[in-house]
Ligand binder design. Structure first.
Ligand SMILES: Nc1ncnc2c1ncn2[C@@H]1O[C@H](COP(=O)(O)OP(=O)(O)OP(=O)(O)O)[C@@H](O)[C@H]1O
Length: 436
């Protein structure tokens, strides 16, 4: 069972007068506008963050993200509802308990670094442990390790003012990592950075997360950032969570028009992976069959090659139309001599952005394989383009399976007829072609 690092249940935050009354009215179905002048910043938020996942909260300015995250670490009291950190209740806890929970369970990385300006990088990074009363040697050693992890070795003795924005944010990250809490809350942590630095930080965060297995709640108003970082994303609008799902869920199956509009401009090539656009592989032939079977598949599907699959659908190679015809004419059985392994395969997790080059070079729809080299599906070029163009790739039968045969269909049929005639199994080729 997956461990739950953080749980929010029916969480509300209302600013202004008589907040409880506003919550009651919201629960009874009142809209956000109807409870004014009170501001319902967060309305009935419920979700669970699994241990080791990056959970992104995304929404436009004013949608309630910061208020929500501040309730998750006890900086703000919830008006109603519950927050649990690693099984311990935060809501309703005494001030001392909240401080204790905060120290052990959550650390926060802010947009504007919040570094101590007169302390060195190393001292800033060690700060959380200092507050906790950890001995100096021990905390400095821990700080050195995380400084190294975030790529700031050599900068330990500098002051924050001597660093670039990106480096300062690395210090902020190192400081949060040194605290070694179960959950890391990051509030628009990269939003103040230049785009290229920001991208670098995003990549580094993903790397660090997979190396350290941290649970991260990351807040952003940037959908591309959300899609890149998030294992799951909660989309907020006007205080409410309107959808929670994986980046692919949100992109391919938006819960409503609002989310659909939001995702319109997202860079799909980075979010969608081969698994979200692959289709069943049709141009396949069993490794135990001969050139006749291979050529029939190619003729029926009007393609220039077929994938050869062995037991358990393990992909052994590709056979091309000219080779199959040659073999058939020569009366040779078995495909081994013409099975090539010069084809490109990708994994289910390969982003679309990395499929273009292999797709262009491949004589067949791109093979998608697992770690045992089993053929899971294929990505035809048309599907790739449809997915990028925000056009549903499930519009029914595709008009052609690309690329087209390099040998005319009639030549394939003649070769098949000749072979059939030779083996005394003549089948009129027109009957087959009519089905194509
Ligand atoms: N202390 C407060 N008192 C009154 N209203 C507040 C307070 N803090 C936030 N709000 C209001 O609550 C709503 C949600 O604000 P919040 O800052 O959580 O949104 P956000 O999604 O984080 O936006 P941003 O990205 O601009 O910070 C807004 O309407 C905001 O004006």
């Amino acid at each position: 069972m997956t461990e739950i690092a953080l749980r929010a249940e029916g969480l509300y935050k209302v600013f202004g007068r008589q907040p409880q009354e506003a919550v009651e009215r919201l629960r009874a179905g009142a809209s956000r506008d109807e409870v004014r002048p009170a501001t319902a910043a967060v309305i009935d938020a419920s979700f669970e963050v699994r241990s080791g996942e990056i959970f992104v909260v995304m929404g436009l300015s004013g949608s309630g993200k910061s208020t929500l995250i501040r309730m998750l670490n006890g900086l703000l009291d919830a008006t109603a509802g519950e927050v649990e950190l690693c099984g311990e209740r935060l809501t309703g806890a005494s001030a001392a308990q909240v401080r204790g929970l905060r120290r052990r369970r959550v650390s926060m990385v802010f947009q504007h670094f919040a570094l101590l300006p007169h302390r060195t990088v190393l001292d800033n990074v060690a700060y959380a442990l200092e507050v906790r009363g950890v001995a100096k040697d021990e905390r400095l050693e821990a700080a050195r390790r995380t400084v190294d992890l975030v790529g700031l070795s050599g900068w330990e003795d500098k002051l924050p003012g001597e660093l670039s924005g990106g480096m300062r944010q690395r210090v902020g990250l190192a400081r949060a990592l040194t605290a070694d809490t179960d959950v890391l809350l990051m509030d628009e942590a990269f939003s103040a950075l230049d785009p290229l630095i920001r991208r670098e930080m995003q990549e580094q965060l993903v790397e660090l997360q997979s190396a350290l297995g941290k649970t991260i709640v990351f807040i952003t108003h940037d959908l591309n950032e959300a899609m890149f970082l998030g294992d799951r994303i909660a989309v907020m609008r006007d205080g409410r969570i309107v959808q929670i799902g994986t980046p692919e869920d949100i992109l391919t199956d938006p819960a409503n028009d609002y989310v659909a509009q939001f995702v319109q401009d997202v860079d799909r090539a980075r979010v969608l992976t081969a698994s979200s656009v692959m289709e069943p592989a049709r141009a396949t032939v069993s490794a135990s069959s001969g050139p006749r079977a291979a050529l029939k598949v190619m003729r029926d599907l009007q393609t220039s090659a077929v994938y050869v699959v062995g037991r358990d659908r393990v992909l052994t190679g590709v056979v091309r139309d000219q080779d199959a015809i040659r073999l058939l004419r020569a009366g040779t059985t078995g495909l081994a001599s013409i099975t090539h392994d010069d084809f490109a395969s990708v994994s289910v997790d390969t982003p679309l952005s990395e499929l273009f080059v292999p797709a262009v070079e491949s004589p067949l729809p791109l093979a998608v394989t697992d770690d045992r080299n089993r053929l899971l599906g294929v990505v035809p070029r048309v599907t790739l383009l449809a997915a990028l163009g925000n056009v549903s790739s499930h519009t029914g039968e595709l008009p052609t399976v690309e690329p087209p045969p390099t040998v005319p269909i009639t030549v394939m049929s003649e070769a098949l007829d000749a072979a059939d005639a030779e083996s005394g199994r003549a089948v009129p080729s027109g009957a087959q072609e009519g089905a194509v």
